[in-house]
Design a protein around this ligand. Structure first.
Ligand SMILES: *Cc1c(COP(=O)(O)O)cnc(C)c1O
Length: 352
């Protein structure tokens, strides 16, 4: 961080969160693993399922976090795990944004949850659209910010435009923006660009979000990661529901992390298929443009988006119609599928 600016997290926090006394769970008060546990009103006999699930899980997911720490080269105290990254987004609002007073900046077209979460929490949203080439407009963002602008959401690679934001712009904003800069890296495993996790050491106001829902193939597990200073992570831990990540999720995610080979294999298949699909689609007469992608989906401009969408539905192929979003006029968002799925999509679109 530049020496010209001092960053104070307590200035950003909602005052009542700073003084909040958090719930203390049974596992907060005694965290050993040996003994006769009669403190949490659990069922001592077992579970009605084949998996044993009668005991409450570790509220801070330490076994899982220590594995993530190794993998990401981030100390455990800088990692938060939530019920999807969506939970981390909501907790950030609840910790830092005072309803009817504070505001956040988003850069549309982008992921819808930043705005929905703002609305749920009665927080004003300031929209600074991306440029025509889907990049951030750093000067306009700084200009739009005031004392009450607590967070800036940057999605990179961005959903639905599929591109990564320029790192120089992200660094400029980390230096100049006075609130938290939340960088959503849900698609980072498919990207050419390195993760911003390395910037954790440099900027006290960075929050990086990643998820198990995409490249890890664990969307049903509901597990998201936030990486930030120990101070910011401490605030999220203080306000999270005590057992926000289930025991099943913790166990299965650990199992998944030890299966790097399949992860790598699935990512490289996706990259290969992304390239194939991008070329195949670009050759279709109905397709006007296939945007470059750093993610596991393609943004595709077609001549008649609504008609194409309905036609594909009639063939039982479901894509996302993004054609009514500003800057995405005429566009469908298409997830990269398996080789066979992609061939069927291209065959169907060529019959339109
Ligand atoms: C899919 C996606 C997520 C994932 O959210 P989870 O709650 O972790 O499933 C987060 N951000 C963006 C931009 C996404 O597209």
């Amino acid at each position: 961080m530049t020496a010209t600016r001092t960053f104070s997290l307590s200035r950003l926090m909602r005052p009542h969160i700073a003084t909040l006394k958090p719930y203390s769970s049974a596992r907060d008060e005694y965290s050993g693993s040996e003994g006769i546990f009669l403190d949490a009103n659990e069922n001592p006999w077992g579970s009605v399922t084949t998996q044993l699930l009668n005991r409450y899980p570790d509220p801070y997911q330490q076994a899982l976090k220590s594995r993530i720490a190794e993998l990401k080269h981030v100390p455990q105290e800088k990692i938060f795990l939530g019920n999807g990254s969506d939970e981390a987004i909501d907790l950030l609002y609840r910790a830092f944004c005072e309803p009817y007073l504070d505001n956040v900046i988003i850069c549309p077209p982008t992921y819808g949850m930043y705005e929905v979460s703002a609305e749920i929490n009665c927080v004003e949203v300031r929209r600074i659209p991306l440029s025509a080439d889907f990049q951030l407009r750093p000067d306009a963002i700084i200009e739009a910010a005031d004392w009450h602008t607590k967070m800036l959401f940057i999605c990179s690679p961005n959903n639905p435009t599929a591109n990564s934001m320029h790192l120089e712009d992200i660094r400029f904003l980390l230096e100049r923006f006075e609130g938290l800069v939340v960088i959503d890296e849900a698609y980072i495993d498919f990207s050419q660009q390195p993760s911003c996790i390395t910037l954790l050491e440099v900027y006290p106001n960075i929050v990086v979000l990643q998820t198990f829902s995409k490249a890890w193939g664990l969307a049903a597990l509901r597990l998201g990661m936030a990486f930030a200073s120990a101070e910011i992570i401490g605030v999220l831990n203080k306000i999270k529901p005590p057992y926000n990540v289930s025991g099943v999720a913790q166990r299965l995610a650990l199992e998944g992390l030890n299966n790097q080979r399949q992860f790598q294999e699935m990512v490289s298949q996706t990259l290969e298929q992304r390239q194939w699909l991008s070329h195949a689609l670009a050759c279709l007469p109905e397709v006007l443009h296939v945007y470059p992608s750093d993610a596991n989906f393609l943004l595709v401009k077609v001549k008649r988006p609504k008609e194409m969408y309905d036609f594909l539905i009639s063939r039982k192929i479901i894509v996302r119609d993004r054609s009514r979003l500003a800057l995405c006029e005429g566009c469908l968002r298409i997830t990269v599928g398996t080789a066979e799925e992609n061939q069927q999509l291209v065959a169907a679109m060529s019959q339109f």
